[in-house]
Design a protein around this ligand. Structure first.
Ligand code: ZN
Length: 387
């Protein structure tokens, strides 16, 4: 594919408004593009006009490497703050501007183009290169969760997520390979009591009191967790919201708290959920308690082996293509990797993509050279890894 055609793919993707919706447009577009180049693919519908896409080249009888990216973007915020319409891609001085261009339509475009070019160049791959395009990463990671549950990563050995990893430094884009980030768990604990007139409180059950008693033990549970990951640090527990009661002359019959936990592999999401459920069950055996646990979001912690063959394949590729050996780092942001890891914990996962730190900002952009070089980089990673 010539550079003009490569750029056109990116422009086409940016022109679809996929602010937490309409990913079907991108899935359709990618499907047509892949078909045109003789690559099998499947549109995976999830909600109305919201579709994931799965494609592959090569055979899954050997190693499987997946490239993954999301089709949605965050909201453009205040339209008037943009220099140009965020949904009409604008190229100037070697940069392309538009909503989602950095996070992460340039990564998505680079991945799909790499797949197409490897196919057209009859690259020798011992194994399969799979491509996963997901919906709703920004708000729920719901597409990655859906594909994982469908089994699309069950046989995957390694995953490269094309999220932006560039940091602008002195007019240059410095990239690192992100191989670890914390997970996130958001949950609600509801306490159901019994309303009664405040003149006869003995007839009611105070939902707030019950929740406070539970909360004390929940705090102790997290205080006892002393595991520290050498890269990610410790589990961070913040019970941020607590509400209950409706009016001053009525015993509160309902209270709830909402909690955020940033998780590490040593105490993963499912372990915490099981422990909390056990604690809640023990409270519910006591007189008057009726507590419920509701999981609002669960994204697994991600930590891959820094010496994995995926990291080596990637560093060797960066030597050859970028002329520099990329270093490794951990980040605090969450990605679809959390959903893939929850399903396939032993898969090696890295995050590496052409975008920069203008993600989610007004006048978000990507350097065209970075976009073009990432196409070559992705191809080389696949060739190195599937050797
Ligand atoms: Zn993103």
């Amino acid at each position: 594919m010539g550079k003009e055609e490569q750029l056109q793919v990116l422009k086409d993707l940016v022109a679809f408004n996929t602010v937490d919706a309409n990913e079907r447009d991108i899935a359709d577009y990618l499907s047509q593009l892949l078909k045109k180049h003789g690559i099998e693919n499947e549109i995976v519908d999830q909600f109305d006009n919201r579709s994931n896409l799965v494609a592959h080249i090569g055979s899954s009888s050997e190693k499987v490497l997946a490239f993954a990216g999301h089709e949605d973007t965050v909201h453009e915020n205040n339209l008037a703050d943009w220099t140009h319409d965020p949904f009409i891609p604008f190229v100037e001085d070697g940069k392309i501007y538009g909503r989602g261009v950095t996070d992460m339509k340039s990564g998505l475009a680079a991945q799909v183009i790499a797949l197409i070019e490897l196919k057209e160049e009859h690259a020798e791959l011992s194994g399969q290169l799979r491509f996963l395009a997901t919906i709703s990463e920004e708000l729920t990671q719901g597409g990655a969760n859906f594909l994982s549950k469908r089994g699309d990563v069950d046989d995957v050995d390694a995953i490269v997520i094309g999220e932006p990893t560039g940091q602008r430094q002195n007019n240059q884009n410095h990239h690192s390979i992100v191989y670890a980030h914390k997970g996130a768990l958001i949950y609600t604990v509801k306490s159901i009591g019994k309303a009664a007139h405040s003149s006869t409180p003995e007839l009611g059950i105070d939902a707030i009191d019950n929740l406070i008693n539970y909360r004390q033990e929940e705090k102790q549970y997290f205080a006892k967790q002393t595991s520290v990951d050498d890269i990610l640090g410790k589990t961070i527990y913040t019970p941020d919201i607590f509400e209950g009661g409706k009016q001053v002359n009525s015993i509160p019959d309902f209270a709830y708290q909402k909690v955020m936990v940033r998780t590490i592999p040593q105490l993963n999401n499912n372990q915490i959920i099981a422990d909390l459920q056990e604690l809640i069950d023990s409270f519910n055996q006591k007189d008057g308690y009726n507590l419920e646990l509701e999981i609002n979001f669960s994204g697994y912690p991600v930590k891959s082996d820094a010496d994995s063959s995926l990291v080596k394949a990637t560093q060797d590729a960066s030597d050859a293509i970028l002329g520099t050996r990329l270093d490794l780092k951990a980040l605090s942001m969450g990605t679809d990797a959390s959903q893939f890891k929850a399903r396939k914990e032993d898969a090696d996962v890295i995050i590496l993509g052409p975008g920069n730190d203008t993600a989610h900002q007004t006048d978000e952009y990507v350097d065209l050279e970075s976009f073009y070089s990432f196409i070559r980089l992705y191809k080389q990673i696949a060739i190195n890894y599937l050797k």
